[in-house]
Design a protein around this ligand. Structure first.
Ligand SMILES: [Fe+2]
Ligand SMILES: [Fe+2]
Length: 242
C-alpha cells in the first residue's frame, strides 16, 4: 500500500489541482500493443470480465455528478473546483479509453450492462455531492488494488503500461476526493457509512473477480486490509480539512 501523506498533492490548493489535471491531459498514455502475447483461454476468462466491468465504470458521463458539483459551486463560489471536476471526469474517461483499446486488441466487446456498475450509479444518487464523492472514492480505492493485481495476471506489456498509468492517476484522486470531503464536512457518521460501503464493495468485487486478485498476489484478507488502509488515509485527509 502506498502512503498518501508523503505525496506532494497533500498540500495542493484548488489552483494546484487545476494545473495538475491540465498537465496530465497534455501527456496521455499511448499504450504500445505491438508486443502483445496470445492469451490462453483460462487467462482470457480470468481477466476480461473484470476489465469489461471496470471499463464500464470508468466511462461515466458524470452528468449527475456535475449537477451536484454546480449546486455546490453556486453555494460556495469555488469555481476552480468546477473546472477541476471537468478535467477529473475527462481523466476518468481516458481510463475507459485505455481499457477499451486493450479489449479491442483482443476483439473483446465492451459490456452493455453490469450489475456492479448499476449499483454504483444508484448509490451515488443519495446524499448530494458528498454521497457522489464517497461512492466515487470507494470505487477508486478498489481500483488501486485491482489494477495492481491485473498487471500481474498476464505478461502483457500494454496492460502493464495501462495499469501503471491508472495508479499514477488514481493515487492523487484519492487525495483530491479526501480534501473535497473535508470541505463538505466529514465526521463520525460519514466515517461509519464510508467503512460500511467499503466493506460491501470489497465483498461485491471479490466474489466475481477473486481469480484476478488471487493471481495478482492478494487473498481476501490482504485485499480488504489494503482497501480499508487507503480509506483510513483518505478519511484522515478529509478530517484534517474539516
Ligand atoms: Fe479511473
Ligand atoms: Fe479516479
Amino acid at each position: 500500500m502506498y502512503c498518501l501523506y508523503n505525496r506532494e498533492e497533500i498540500g495542493y490548493t484548488q489552483e494546484d489541482w487545476l494545473r495538475h489535471f491540465e498537465a496530465h491531459d497534455e501527456n496521455r498514455l499511448q499504450p504500445d500493443f505491438s508486443k502483445e502475447p496470445d492469451l490462453t483461454e483460462e487467462q482470457a476468462l480470468m481477466i476480461f470480465p473484470s476489465i469489461q466491468a471496470f471499463q464500464m465504470g470508468e466511462r461515466s458521463d458524470g452528468v449527475h455528478l456535475m449537477k451536484e458539483v454546480r449546486r455546490y459551486v453556486d453555494r460556495s463560489g469555488d469555481r476552480t473546483y468546477l473546472e477541476c471536476m471537468k478535467w477529473f471526469i475527462r481523466e476518468e474517461n481516458w481510463h475507459s479509453v485505455y481499457l477499451k483499446k486493450y479489449l479491442d486488441c483482443y476483439q473483446v466487446p465492451d459490456m452493455e450492462i453490469s450489475v456492479l456498475d448499476q449499483c454504483f450509479r444508484e448509490l451515488r444518487r443519495f446524499g448530494g455531492l458528498k454521497g457522489e464523492i464517497m461512492v466515487l472514492a470507494t470505487a477508486e480505492i478498489i481500483a488501486l488494488s485491482y489494477y495492481r493485481a491485473l498487471a500481474a495476471c498476464v505478461k502483457s506489456p500494454a496492460l502493464k503500461q495501462i495499469c501503471r498509468q491508472m495508479l499514477v492517476d488514481e493515487l492523487p484522486h484519492i487525495i483530491f476526493q479526501g480534501q473535497t470531503l473535508g470541505r463538505l464536512g466529514f465526521g463520525r457518521c460519514e466515517e461509519l457509512i464510508a467503512v460500511g460501503l467499503m466493506e460491501s464493495v470489497i465483498a461485491a468485487t471479490w466474489i466475481p473477480f477473486r481469480k484476478v486478485f488471487l493471481t495478482g498476489g492478494y487473498d481476501l484478507e490482504s485485499y480488504a486490509k489494503e482497501c480499508l488502509g487507503y480509506l483510513k488515509q483518505m478519511m484522515n485527509i478529509a478530517q484534517a480539512k474539516s
